[in-house]
Design a protein around this ligand. Sequence first.
Ligand code: SAM
Ligand code: SF4
Length: 336
Amino acid sequence: MTAPLIDPFHRPISYLRVSVTDRCDFRCVYCMSENMSFLPKKELLTLEELDRMCSTFVNLGVEKLRITGGEPLVRRDIMTFFRAMTRHLDSGALKELTLTTNGSQLAKYAGDLAQAGVRRVNVSLDTLDEQKFTDITRWGRLPQVLKGIDAAQDAGMRVKLNAVAVKGFNEDELFTLTEWCAARDLDLTWIEVMPMGGDMGSDYRLDQYWKLTDLRARLAQQYTLTDLSESSGGPARYVRLEETGQKIGFITPLSHNFCESCNRVRMTCTGELFMCLGQEDKADLRAALRNHPEDDLALEEAIRAAIRLKPKGHDFDYSRQTVGGTMSRHMSHTGG
Ligand code: SAM
Ligand code: SF4
């Protein structure tokens, strides 16, 4: 038996998020600057390397794999990788294969994803207003994303919307988004804006910060909220709206953190492992992988060494009207 991955704070690491590309067909204002420069393709792990990397994590006890980016579905031939991961679902070692996407390519790939064993997909959508959607994503088109959501549901996948709560932007859509999701049987999770991408100007992020405690209080004026005890080991906490039966999630890294139960690590498309989204500590797994093409033991040891360095938690903090703990990395780099 291979020993499971346990970090210094006795947290078992069973969840890996993998960014398969830093590129994207959108330029969301809280995520990227308009003129992003991207990594040269040779820096990226190949699909075969991604397979080897993920398979090694699965051998070490990772049971949940979330593919993200950048936009994972713009990576060339990414379906080859998804199909390759199906073998770990079939063997029972992997319990869940999933992805976070902006939805732009879902109409094209929903069927293939479902066939590869993807049962649930998170789609990021902050507004149902076409103009506002283009404003916040800069390059996106809402109808294309809505078609993608339909295609995912038609293919039998459970869809959860992730909406970033942006002050003065989608506050007025709290109830329309909630009702829209209830009518379509979509789960909905709200995310607080995190101070990523320091070069975009941190004052900007403070302006955008809409505290989810406020959002929740507004919801409670119209609905009866029941706290649910379930947790995915991440920062999300859920409530049920009794009137509609739907589940609403809150990801509150700023106003409340849940680092004590964190079960996850994140790998970038170049094979850097970030042990915490909100800290700079990282390990270069690509070197361990490329320097030992025939031998996974060195890679396993590099992963174990990295997990031994997982910090207790992040230091994001907006509490003193300045932004503390800002990360210079963009979210698209680490993979949200
Ligand atoms: N492109 C895919 C998408 O948009 O779903 C996957 C990658 S994206 C970086 C993952 C998630 O991070 C999205 O839900 C996005 O809204 C969120 N995100 C990006 N920048 C953020 C920020 N500064 N604060 C909070 N969430 C952010
Ligand atoms: Fe692209 Fe997702 Fe970032 Fe928007 S949030 S720019 S869709 S990676």
